[in-house]
Design a protein around this ligand. Structure first.
Ligand SMILES: [Mn+2]
Length: 318
């Protein structure tokens, strides 16, 4: 399949690159790495995301070139849909993007529904960035620094800084090579993790105040109300990473954060250590993700959603 995709890259000139809504480091880093690689080959490439780039990723080389509307004069001959398990995850332009025809999917979600004939889906890979590294080396024979920085950022964020169970020897081999190609681990980590807006840390204080542990300390659960965000003038993206902090508690096997949405529904994110597959829990509510990190949207008011989440986790605990 890789060879077929390389053939499409060689044959055509104009590519659209996109990823999922609720952007993360793997989505943006992968998009921008491929963008630079295609440009180096003399191709036309445009990166489109429905959502704005979160501030922490604004430093990634090429981030300023990302567009957020598809009303472009260009006609695209193929589209790369990266880090997406299904086409709908692209957002409201999913149908138009599907109509481009040659849709190439590169992804590592176990829940991938195989929405296109051109796809590289490797659930064993720690990140989409990890998969792209091999492809880009074949495209260019080399790895320019702007590609290395983006791929390192993708790999570092999706593996929780090389701590999650999706971190393998391959992850370190590739990360090591990316450092040799010019990615600076200290600089990238500082840009992504140590430039938090003050409001984010203040919000964390409020959210930690809602912490409850259940099942003898095996579930840690917190929530974020609309009111908390309004009071601090904070954004939903400011809750990023909070659930990971809950998982750090000794004895916690599953961490969950429930965020009230503007509609009568809540977004729930799960993290687990080794004993529970939270992909399955999110799956019961129509969501998905990975064994140790998943998310879903559950209709209903926060109190009701909270009860459902506790019940579902209780059943999944050993
Ligand atoms: Mn990913």
């Amino acid at each position: 399949m890789e060879e077929k995709i390389l053939e499409i890259i060689r044959k055509y000139k104009s590519f659209l690159i996109t990823s999922h809504i609720r952007l993360d480091g793997d989505a943006i880093g992968s998009e921008l790495a491929l963008y630079h690689a295609l440009r180096r080959m003399g191709k036309k490439a445009v990166v489109y995301n429905e959502d704005e780039t979160p501030e922490a990723y604004g430093f990634l080389p090429g981030a300023e070139e990302i567009v957020h509307t598809l009303d472009l004069p260009e006609r695209f001959e193929a589209v790369f849909v990266l880090d997406c398990s299904e086409l709908d995850r692209v957002g409201k332009e999913a149908a138009r993007i599907g109509n481009i025809g040659r849709v190439i999917n590169i992804d590592h979600h176990i829940s991938n529904n195989g929405f296109t004939e051109w796809s590289i889906v490797r659930p064993a890979a720690g990140s989409t960035g990890e998969i792209l590294y091999g492809l880009i080396r074949k495209m260019l024979g080399t790895v320019p620094t702007e590609v290395a920085v983006n791929l390192y950022g993708a790999i570092m964020t999706d593996t929780g800084s090389f701590r999650y169970s999706n971190t393998g020897s391959e992850t370190f081999r590739i990360a090591g090579e990316l450092v040799a190609w010019g990615a600076d681990p200290r600089w990238i980590a500082e840009k992504i993790y140590e430039t938090k807006p003050l409001v984010q840390v203040l919000l964390l204080g409020k959210v930690i105040g809602t912490l409850k542990v259940c099942f003898g300390g095996q579930l840690g659960i917190v929530h974020v109300t609309r009111r908390m965000l309004e009071d601090l003038d904070a954004l939903p993206e400011h809750t990023e990473g909070f659930v990971d902090m809950i998982r750090t508690i000794q004895g916690v096997e599953v961490a969950a954060i429930i965020r009230e949405l503007p509609s009568d529904a809540c977004k729930v994110s799960f993290r687990s250590k080794d004993k529970v597959d939270v992909e399955k829990i999110a799956g019961q509510f129509g969501g998905g993700g990975h064994v140790n990190a998943s998310a879903c949207t559950i209709p209903g008011p926060l109190g009701e959603v909270r009860k459902q989440v506790i019940r579902a986790v209780g059943k999944a605990l050993p």
